[in-house]
Design a protein around this ligand. Sequence first.
Ligand code: SF4
Ligand code: SF4
Length: 188
Amino acid sequence: MNAIKQAFRTVSDLWSLMVGLRVTGKYFVEPQRTVRYPWKAVSTVGTFKGHLELVGGTKDPFKPRCISCGMCAISCPSGCITVVKRKPPKPTPEEEKAVAEAKTRGEKVKDQTPKDPEKFLYDFSLCSLCGTCMENCPTGSLRFSHNVYVAGYSRNDFQYDLVLQLREAEAQAKPARREARPAAESEA
Ligand code: SF4
Ligand code: SF4
């Protein structure tokens, strides 16, 4: 009886070995899916959903399309977004006078305050990347970044001002733009 049990166990072990070798062999010949980070860069084009970022306008890619409507903040289930609207600029005495005159004539006074936000505060540590904010944005101002290189020592390191990030991207792009301009001018 013991001999039969032993034989079954041996067959079972051999079968497990064969299954394991088949899986190993399959992945051994497939193209490599991992990279030796940090010695090689991680390619994430179209595949990785990173933190949110603001989308710039068509004329100026560093000026957010956002109109500070707050729909994203209202719809976010995790409460990760706070949109800080711009305060209206202090009017000059002439402007105040013109507004007062327009009001006495019963005319509607147009609000001159820029629509883009002063700050766009986003807590990536709370974000579940559900995309609800993007679905509810009327101007298509939000998208997921492809940034895989995000690391921090505390939760505070994942609290971003997306307007500030756009300004920083602009500051980084400026030297490149300056270098590109003389080259383009010399070609012309
Ligand atoms: S992706 Fe989802 S959780 Fe993250 S900010 Fe947008 S709505 Fe909130
Ligand atoms: S990102 Fe979109 S939804 Fe959010 S405040 Fe700006 S325009 Fe409104």
